[in-house]
Design a protein around this ligand. Structure first.
Ligand code: DQA
Length: 150
């Protein structure tokens, strides 16, 4: 039996990983990423759920569905990071700890990417380490959940 449930959420255009601007986002696909995370989750005794959507409302709905059912959320909200009060409100409503992830170093890019609506409520933010950022986030989620038990 898995000890914890972790939900990985990817926002708009992340279904195009591998196609989209490979110099910025790499050549691996979302499927490659999720397969790798599933393997890692299995080794840690975590049940991994994953969700991707290009639509803000669907992302809000998925976060609400996680209420009381998920121990931790890992989220790359893509461009909605920089625009969406609705996602911040959804994450605050379910009161589930979350880590914010960005594949690219948003602070080295256009100024409109420097601000995140989510960061103030995140446990932590991982930026600029490519897809490895998701693995690191999953490992940290595991350690935080273990620590919160004792
Ligand atoms: C991103 C950075 C965002 O600014 C951008 O809109 C994305 C991806 C990243 O992972 O680096 O879609 O979240």
């Amino acid at each position: 039996m898995s000890k914890y449930k972790v939900l990985v959420i990817n926002g708009p255009n992340l279904n195009f990983l591998g196609i989209r601007e490979p110099k910025v986002y790499g050549k691996e696909t979302l499927e490659d990423l999720i397969n790798k995370l599933r393997k890692q989750a299995c080794e840690l005794g975590i049940e991994l759920e994953d969700f991707q959507s290009n639509s803000e409302g669907a992302l809000v709905d998925r976060i609400q569905q996680a209420y009381g059912k998920v121990d931790f959320i890992l989220i790359n909200a893509g461009a909605y990071t920089h625009t969406s009060v609705a996602l911040l409100d959804a994450l605050s409503s379910v009161d589930t700890p979350f880590i914010e992830i960005h594949i690219s170093n948003v602070h080295a890019r256009e100024e409109f990417r420097h601000h995140s609506y989510l960061s103030a409520k995140a446990v932590g933010v991982i930026v600029g380490f490519g897809l490895n950022g998701y693995s690191y986030a999953l490992e940290q989620a595991y350690h935080l959940l273990e620590a919160s038990k004792s």
